[in-house]
Design a protein around this ligand. Structure first.
Ligand SMILES: [Zn+2]
Length: 362
């Protein structure tokens, strides 16, 4: 007697049910895998040349990253995004499930310098009491703030992030206004006054859920006191004056070149002060672990990245323990030429997987 005859189970009639069960189990495993990742944003910030010459969306996906961000100015990125290569980039991000954000030094585009002739009071006053069109603006000029907001809205329709998180930064590491009305406010507070106006305009005109970064960086590292963030503002902490061969836990370590004397301990104090003003849950870190442009002194040809994975892993633990769930790093200068000269890009995977598989242990 054939023993299989005795346990003849009607597999065929149960096949559809089994298939559904397998799919359900597989979906829940996927969901658990996603939920288990502490970091909601695992990103890389690249300039338009890097994005034009390297298949970043595929590489980002393979590395376990969630997000690619463009850089440097709104007009430059708008030109790229509206080009054929830019549209292809957006399509590839969609195909690979990669979010797109735009991290932009913006004031030159949002308040065109040519307006100085028309009304110099829109521009900042320098230490000598002269209105100058070199950088930024006067945040107590209603006309200047309105112009910035109108242009932020205009660019938001071309450079729409897939995450609802916008980044219109003030100019790069240069002073704000010193007029009698602005002077009582620190550069962080002046920036926040402007950001509050921009996020309100974005919420009214573009997206009621829009979020906007307050960049804590160089002259805006100090937490704002006199100005409170409007709903939708999140902290973006960019510690460019640290070093990357020692972790943030090395609190006595000083900056990456001789002119930077601020210690890692001081960076953490400033971060903690900011986290008393801005929610940790939405805060983002913008780091430099993969920033070849910084390590090359912002001059090509690019040097090979000095990658310290153990420092990176200690650092993300420091950030995670403060409740931070959004992490990005500059990766500027990792373009076609970089890959030709330095073909080993394992650090991109180590970075992405380090973030993807990080688990918070208090
Ligand atoms: Zn002013």
């Amino acid at each position: 007697m054939n023993p299989t005859n005795r346990i003849c189970f009607p597999w065929k009639s149960f096949a559809p049910l089994l298939l559904i069960l397998v799919l359900l189990v597989s979906c829940s495993t996927q969901a658990e895998k996603q939920e288990a990742s502490h970091f909601k944003t695992r990103g890389l910030v690249l300039d338009v040349h890097d994005l034009s010459t390297v298949d970043w969306p595929r590489r980002a996906k393979e590395a376990g990253l969630t997000t690619l961000a463009t850089h440097i100015t709104p007009s430059q990125v708008a030109e790229f995004i509206q080009s054929e290569r830019g549209r292809q980039f957006l399509q590839e991000c969609k195909t690979h499930g990669i979010e797109v954000e735009h991290e932009l030094h913006s004031m030159g585009d949002l308040l065109p310098r040519s307006l100085f002739e028309e009304d110099s009071t829109m521009f900042r006053m320098n230490e000598e009491g002269k209105r100058v069109a070199d950088y930024n603006l006067c945040v107590h000029s209603e006309k200047a703030v309105k112009t910035v907001c109108d242009n932020a809205v205009k660019y938001a329709k071309i450079l729409t992030p897939t995450t609802g998180r916008y980044f219109y930064w003030i100019d790069d590491a240069v002073p704000m206004c010193r007029c009698p009305e602005c002077s009582p406010y620190s550069d962080s507070e002046q920036a926040l006054l402007l950001e509050n106006a921009i996020v309100n305009a974005l919420r009214k005109e573009v997206d009621p859920e829009a979020m906007l970064a307050h960049l804590a960086y160089v002259n805006t590292l100090e937490a704002p006191v006199k100005v409170k963030p409007a709903p939708g503002i999140f902290l973006e902490f960019a510690p460019i004056y640290r070093r990357w061969d020692k972790s943030l836990l090395d609190t006595g370590a000083t900056g990456w070149n001789d002119t930077q004397t601020i210690t890692h301990g001081e960076h953490l104090r400033l971060l903690d002060e900011n986290l008393k003003v801005f929610p940790a849950e939405t805060a983002q870190v913008l780091e430099y672990w993969l920033d070849v442009s910084l390590f090359s002194g912002w001059k090509k040809p690019a040097v090979a990245l000095p990658w310290h994975p153990e420092v990176f892993l200690e650092d993300i633990d420091v950030y995670a323990k403060r409740g931070i769930r959004h992490i990005t790093s500059f990766g500027v200068y990792i373009d076609d030429q970089y890959i030709k000269n330095h073909p080993d890009l394992t650090f991109v995977n180590e970075y992405g997987k380090g973030l993807e598989y990080y688990r918070l242990r208090q």
